[in-house]
Design a protein around this ligand. Structure first.
Ligand SMILES: *Cc1c(COP(=O)(O)O)cnc(C)c1O
Length: 456
């Protein structure tokens, strides 16, 4: 049968949008390791987690059994404002690469937050509102999560307190202003507003902060403020669950044209976009119905999968959060100051960590100058100015397409284009001026940070 003409963009009708999220854990034989109480080293109970997180989200966090979780109508209604996101056939990129490969990307940057983060932000804000809370606290690194959460909170009339890693706060003043436009308060972290912030500042004067440190501050404020809970934009099981809309839409669009991908590529920071993109495909793989190559791409400067240790570690620098078993660089690990984009978290989703340990997916790391080269190449032919994070996936998609050119194989490649890079022009400027460098941590540096791994 002749291949049907594939349009440049494959859209879904409103009636074809997913109405349930898909929970990969239900189909995993080896479930992700449970979160542990850092004091007792026992699995965290729902009641303990509810002091920090919203009740319904705790249920989702601990649910290893239900494959499908219905998306509440209010969330579906919000999704309709910016979903479905397009699945694009990268005809122009294919042509430029002169490759027989067929390349598709799922573009999540078509909303004001500029990334996929809104898919989970709106869900988390909804459950917080439903529980009758006054507000939520969170951290943000590059700023996309804080922006997404600010939008979601303003929609449901919740207060939103964002702790923003100081280096980003200073480098990306416009991100901060977008958050304030949506009514959030934004504090550079570490700050003097929390005990842990004061402690970190005393120990490391002049520090430009880290995600782990901002998390500690946000958790401290949530736990200490009546009517507040803490929300997190990546890493957690619940976030991967919400992000499964990306993969479900991708699969529905591909199925419309009978397309079976050979490989699925995504960038990995805490693992939420990748976990979402691959969800239904991984489900088929776990149930033995189909096989796909699944590739996580991370920065060589923050290589959790490719060089990390699979162990229980703290999720934050202040060591107040539960312990998670994950590929980790150690909770004190901070990427070198020349590291530009996001993807700077020391750990990785425990679900993806288990899948990686069990051989269901691959991982690779790339240098940031190579990433920006791919970003620019992509922007010039496909038009979209990609986020540096997303460009990690672009880099590997291009490399795989070039391999197809050598072998003459017409493989089908799908990658996640998680967002736009309009707020990352300082990094693009460095790249254009030849001032961007690559820093790869040494084995000694990693050993040093692993020395502080909790003894579990
Ligand atoms: C946050 C972010 C990422 C990385 O986070 P994950 O949880 O690993 O998906 C990637 N791309 C963009 C645009 C982001 O905002």
């Amino acid at each position: 049968m002749a291949e049907r003409e594939i349009p440049y963009k494959i859209y879904l009708e409103e009636s074809e949008l997913p109405t349930s999220w898909y929970n990969m854990r239900a189909d995993m034989k080896n479930k992700p390791a449970p979160l542990l109480n850092p004091g007792t080293l026992q699995p965290m109970q729902a009641s303990e987690l509810e002091a920090v997180f919203c009740e319904e989200l705790v249920k989702q966090e601990l649910d290893n059994d239900h494959a499908e979780i219905a998306i509440p109508q209010e969330i579906l209604d919000f999704y309709k404002m910016y979903r479905p996101s397009p699945l694009v056939r990268a005809y122009f990129l294919e042509k430029q690469l002169d490759t027989p490969a067929k390349i598709y990307y799922k573009f999540e940057g078509n909303n004001t937050s500029g990334s996929h983060k809104l898919n989970s932000a709106i869900a988390q804000a909804y459950y917080a509102k439903k529980q009758g809370l006054k507000g939520v606290t969170t951290e943000t690194g590059a700023g996309q999560w804080g922006t997404a959460l600010s939008m979601a909170c303003s929609f449901f009339g919740l207060d939103c307190k964002v702790y923003m890693v100081k280096v980003s706060y200073e480098q990306k003043p416009f991100r901060r202003e977008v958050m304030r436009t949506y009514g959030a308060s934004v504090t550079p972290s570490p700050s003097e507003t929390t005990q842990i912030g004061k402690k970190i500042l005393a120990e490391h004067p002049g520090t430009t902060g880290s995600l782990g440190c901002a998390i500690s501050e946000a958790v401290e404020v949530a736990v200490g403020t009546e009517g507040y809970r803490y929300v997190l934009g990546s890493v957690l099981n619940q976030v991967l669950l919400h992000q499964s809309v990306i993969g479900l839409e991708t699969k529905a669009a591909l199925d419309k044209y009978g397309i079976k991908p050979d490989m699925i590529i995504g960038c990995a920071g805490g693992g939420s976009n990748l976990g979402g993109l691959i969800a239904p495909f991984m489900g088929e793989k776990l149930r033995g119905e189909a096989d796909y190559r699944i590739i996580a791409v991370e920065p060589a400067s923050c290589p959790s999968f490719t060089r990390g240790r699979y162990a229980y570690d703290f999720c934050d620098t202040g060591m107040v959060c539960p312990l998670a078993k994950m590929y980790t660089l150690g909770c004190d690990f901070i990427p070198a100051p020349n590291h530009a984009g996001g993807l700077r978290y020391h750990g990785m989703s425990s679900t993806l960590s288990q899948l990686y340990a069990d051989g269901f997916m691959e991982a690779t790391s790339v240098k940031q100058t190579d990433v920006f080269e791919a970003a620019e190449q992509f922007a010039r032919v496909e038009g979209i100015l990609p986020a540096p994070e997303s460009s990690h996936a672009i880099r590997v998609a291009i490399d795989e397409a070039l391999k197809c050119k050598e072998t003459g194989e017409a493989k089908t490649i799908v990658f996640g284009l998680t967002g736009t890079g309009y707020f990352d022009m300082v990094a693009y400027e460095k790249f254009h001026d030849g001032k961007m460098s690559d820093y790869i941590p040494t084995d000694e540096e990693l050993e040093q940070s692993w020395a502080k791994l909790p003894k579990v």
